[in-house]
Design a protein around this ligand. Structure first.
Ligand code: CA
Length: 128
């Protein structure tokens, strides 16, 4: 009986290790492509696999925005695909500036993604 309990505890521990919290934060972009009518109004949608992590606020009139929001997901696994979609808000139709996809890794990382020739998206992740 004691040994099966130990096995169960071991399985629970393994599950805890495999599924851990993901944090995505410190999102910023440089040289977002400006509208024909003015600077970019950028925001980012975040997904982990098919799950939506959230959307940043829109930062108006800034080609080099820095978003202060932090996003968390409790059941993230190593190698899950994190997808960030950068948009420029417009009156009628928001332009997709670019998409960044990466497999998350355990630990603390700072990523940079070239979305276009000049546009770069930076963000940090922590997976425990
Ligand atoms: Ca715009």
């Amino acid at each position: 009986m004691a040994s099966s309990l130990s096995l169960l505890l071991l399985a629970l521990c393994a599950l805890t290790v495999a599924e851990a919290g993901l944090r995505v934060f410190n999102l910023r972009a440089t040289d977002l492509v400006p509208d024909p009518i003015g600077p970019c109004d950028g925001y980012v949608k975040l997904f982990l696999g098919s799950a939506k992590l959230g959307t940043t606020s829109v930062i108006d009139n800034d080609d080099n925005p820095w978003w202060e929001e932090e996003f968390a997901y409790l059941t993230a696994r190593q190698h899950d695909v994190l997808r960030l979609e950068v948009y420029d808000r417009d009156l009628i139709y928001d332009d997709l500036v670019g998409i960044c996809e990466t497999q998350i890794k355990k630990g603390n990382y700072v990523y940079y993604c070239n979305l276009d020739d000049d546009v770069t998206l930076y963000f940090s992740t922590t997976l425990s």
